[in-house]
Design a binder for this molecule. Sequence first.
Ligand code: SF4
Ligand code: SF4
Length: 477
Amino acid sequence: MSSTDDAPKLYEAREPVFPRRVKGPFRSLKWIIMAVTLGIYYLTPWIRFDRGPNLPDQAVLIDLANRRFFFFWIEIWPHEFYFIAGLLIMAGLGLFLFTSAAGRVWCGYACPQTVWTDLFILVERWVEGDRNARLRLHRQKKMDFRKLRLRLTKWFLWLVIGAATGGAWVFYFTDAPTLLVDLFTGQAHPLAYGTVIILTLTTFFFGGFAREQICIYACPWPRIQAAMMDEDTIVVGYRHWRGEPRGKARKQADSNVEMGDCIDCMACVNVCPVGIDIRDGQQLECITCALCIDACDEIMDKIGKPRGLIDYMALTDEAREMSGQEVKSIWKHIFRPRTILYTVLWAGVGIGLVVALFIRPDIDMTVAPERNPTFVVQSDGSIRNIYNVRLRNKHGDDRPFKISVTGDPSLSVQVEGAENQVVVVPADEMKIQRVYITAEAKSVPATSDRSDITIWVTDISNNDRAHTATVFNGRGQ
Ligand code: SF4
Ligand code: SF4
């Protein structure tokens, strides 16, 4: 019987990954995407956009207090949440499209976890050195002054990035310059401080320590993405037929066996941010960042072999290459029924949203008839129904709205607290107005049951109109 020490471990401790610096087109592309995405995230709250005197001048603002979302000239009200839902559907379809065409490109290039981890590794490399120096420091058990200094410097810089990340997030929810001053003078809302602290710590932990473990263990996307991929999807792969049998350069020189192009230098493994060996085949951990392609191409250049031992390729490509068949063009891999369907759906939702955006009215109304009671018989025999009319003025100035009714000429309208049925709705606000509609006693027989009526709202300043159909309840109810 085996001893306790020989028993298999239930938990394998994580081996930290120290990716080596690499140069190449894919690494350059990742730098560019990192700069653009981080630039958008950190700078967007500082962009100003003049909407007039009564509206905020922050170009992108989630105004929770007034329940609005501002995006440059677009203003989304709570009842227009379908725009947000539409954008989320488009984001989901876009993710499906890119995954089915080119695997986990989102994970490899643009996912916030990847981008911030890349930034944190950049700082780590800048402070502690490249892979070998970091490995030596990690293996050094003794915490001497140098190790302590390097660690504290790195953690401090990570915390600064974390604080900037948390700070940028709260700026999206209120006027950024005002909040910045409030944060530093202790006048900001406790919620703002709490959010900044939580996001600082989560960024510090996720980008600095958890890193690839979030992608491998916490994120559900790697499990789901397989449903969007097939043998035509372009992924990062290793050309076994070209690389094997692999061997060190010296072994290759000494060997009588015809060796493959892979010199087993481990460069592709050493640059991998998730610490895998792509030569073992497709793995769930691979985020398709292509850094191993850059690393291997560099080696191939040095040993005078053609590039592309590791490459972006479809799973069908290698089999075709091995059998001498012509490899499909990249466009045939990308444009196939599945990706075309995703593109059509994505474009359909996008066009629908744009059309809805341009045809939506600047005034808006909803009508809620009072149900208890549905009507009141007054002392003179007339019948009155009460309605709560919700008026939205989406303009940047106050507007006079006239309320009227059509559908039964015997009905008269009174608007609570208003003369001539005109109410002023302040700029960019919503007002609930109580409206009384009355059928005179002599006309009551005509309205003894339910009458279909329409309540109209007219903006007197430009004659824009909105209407809502409802019913007038007579004695028959
Ligand atoms: S195997 Fe290559 S493409 Fe996959 S994560 Fe590692 S470096 Fe990136
Ligand atoms: S970088 Fe290229 S040559 Fe080096 S081990 Fe990886 S596949 Fe082989």
